[in-house]
Design a protein around this ligand. Structure first.
Ligand code: AHR
Length: 501
């Protein structure tokens, strides 16, 4: 059996977890909105047509913020199409995903849905096909109390109170040639600066996220961030990061190491933010909004076969397996490990589209494998992240060297409780882990949740929704001042500790 150790001390902290790190994302794409969160004919629909079974699953995840309405969709979106009497809203050819958008759900309905889900909205504005004026009008429509054209229009539409949307994305993936209204870094940086200024003049309490690169392999990565931040440093609060991982080669050891790529991505963007701050002799620290992250590859081939121009076709419907859940667990640890700088993150997405929650039109809803690590991190990953020194045997894989078999992080939830998250990446053997708890005083183990499955490719489906579910029979105990763990091969673990009284 391999052996590893964890060193933690209650005085050595990384920072407070911003709860918005457990955000998610709903785009007008595939069956996320129509057939996902909204299905008026469904037996479980509420008076607004929202599926109550889906709302219950979203509420269970305790998601504090949900990005909307895209994604690539937002870069061609006219927000005015989605407000006012539903019967007069236009049907549009939606160019990003080549579907028909019926505009039955728009800004106001989504704000209502998010409230029901217990979340705030993170609103994206269109800086692809549109610009500053439409963006600042949307802020006024959403957040101005009354007495102006746009705020009075909201009231006339039936929403007398302002929505108080706090977080705003200045466009989406504007560095990508696939984006409607793709721009160079200078073009986008100037536009984001001016749009952001006007939006903050309309409501000075909002926070703004500038678009970073669409992923770390973009040819303009790093110089894009530097240029955009040089234009927008005074105006924005966060810069975005997006990434998706896959296991097309069926090389699980390499796949599970991909969180190391996320670590490097985060570190690189922090360095760029700090470079621009230094160059500006600025006081303001720019933080990170990792507002799209997940596994995404299972559905790629199927999506190529979908005929264009239908309403809500089944796009990006990845069926997640057990190994995907392990990587999602490690990706959550990578985000939390830099909780000092990653203030927002959105699991992309939430329902049906590369999502932890799946539905059948007119039928059931269920939890995919990746639902569980996200749920556990959202429930037990709040508080203060502790510097967690991992000493673990290492392995090399196709793309990575010195990959620790053990990925782990400790979080002090409050004065009396502590949670240790751990992934054993070893595909063959269990591992023993010791963790010195002297600085915490006497503790007891109150739970050890494990997600594991003999078949790395096992998945939950409508017919077998509980094929992969967590159990509470993990092996964790206190031995003097030491927490001792035995982690099963390829397992996700959540160990909860409480101070003894
Ligand atoms: O989440 C799916 C898509 O991935 C989003 O629309 C886009 O921003 C990204 O490329």
């Amino acid at each position: 059996m391999k052996k590893a150790t964890l060193s933690i001390c209650r005085d050595f902290t990384v920072g407070e977890v911003d709860p918005r790190i457990f955000g998610s994302f709903i785009e007008h794409l595939g069956r996320a909105v129509y057939g996902g969160i909204y299905e008026p004919g469904h037996p479980d629909a509420d008076e607004q047509g929202f599926r109550k079974d889906v709302l219950a699953l979203v509420r269970e995840l305790n998601v504090p913020v949900i990005r909307y309405p895209g994604g690539n969709f937002v870069s061609g979106y006219r927000w005015e199409d989605g407000v006012g009497p539903v019967e007069s809203r236009p049907r549009r050819a939606e160019l990003a995903w080549r579907t028909i958008e019926p505009n039955l759900i728009g800004t106001n309905e989504f704000v209502d849905w998010s409230r029901k889900a217990g979340a705030d909205v993170m609103m994206a504005v269109n800086l692809g096909s549109r610009g500053m004026d439409e963006a600042r009008a949307l802020v006024e429509y959403c957040n101005f109390p009354a007495g102006t054209q746009w705020s009075d229009l909201r009231k006339q539409h039936g929403w007398p109170e302002p929505h108080h949307v706090k977080l705003w994305c200045l466009g989406n993936e504007m560095d990508g040639p696939w984006q409607i209204g793709h721009k160079t870094a200078d073009e986008y940086g100037r536009l984001a600066c001016e749009a952001g200024k006007a939006m903050k003049w309309a409501d000075p309490s909002i926070e703004l996220v500038a678009c970073g690169s669409s992923n770390r392999s973009m040819p303009t990565f790093a110089s894009w961030e530097a240029t955009v931040l040089e234009h927008t440093y005074e105006t924005v609060d966060h810069i975005s990061l997006h990434t998706y991982y896959g296991n097309r080669e069926h090389d699980t050891a390499n796949f599970l190491a991909r969180s190391l790529d996320m670590d490097v991505f985060i570190q690189s963007v922090i360095a760029i933010c700090d470079y621009v701050q230094a160059k500006k002799r600025g006081k303001k620290q720019i933080n990170l909004s990792f507002d799209e992250w997940n596994v995404w590859y299972h559905s790629n081939e199927q999506d190529g076969k979908i005929e264009p121009w239908s309403i809500a076709p089944p796009q990006l419907e990845d069926v997640y397996n057990f190994e995907d859940a392990l990587l999602v667990g490690s990706l959550l640890l990578s985000l939390l490990r830099r909780a000092d700088r990653v203030k927002i993150a959105c699991l992309a997405q939430l329902v049906n589209v590369i999502a932890p929650i799946m539905t059948e039109n007119g039928g059931k809803s269920w939890r995919q494998t990746i639902y569980y690590p996200f749920l556990h991190a959202s429930l037990y990953g709040r508080g203060t992240v502790l510097q967690t020194r991992v000493r673990s045997p290492l392995y090399d894989s196709r793309d990575f060297t010195d990959v620790p078999y053990l990925d782990a992080l400790a979080i002090q939830n409050d004065a009396d409780s502590l949670t240790v998250f751990a992934v054993n990446r070893d595909l063959q053997e269990p591992m023993t882990v010791d963790c010195d708890l002297r600085s915490f005083g006497a503790c007891q183990v109150t739970g050890h949740t494990v997600l594991n499955h003999a078949d790395l490719k096992a998945a939950n489906t409508a017919d077998q929704p509980r094929a992969v579910v967590p159990h509470e029979a993990g092996k964790a105990w206190i031995d003097g001042d030491t927490l001792r763990l035995v982690l099963d091969a390829h397992s996700w673990n959540v160990i909860r500790l409480q101070k003894s009284r």
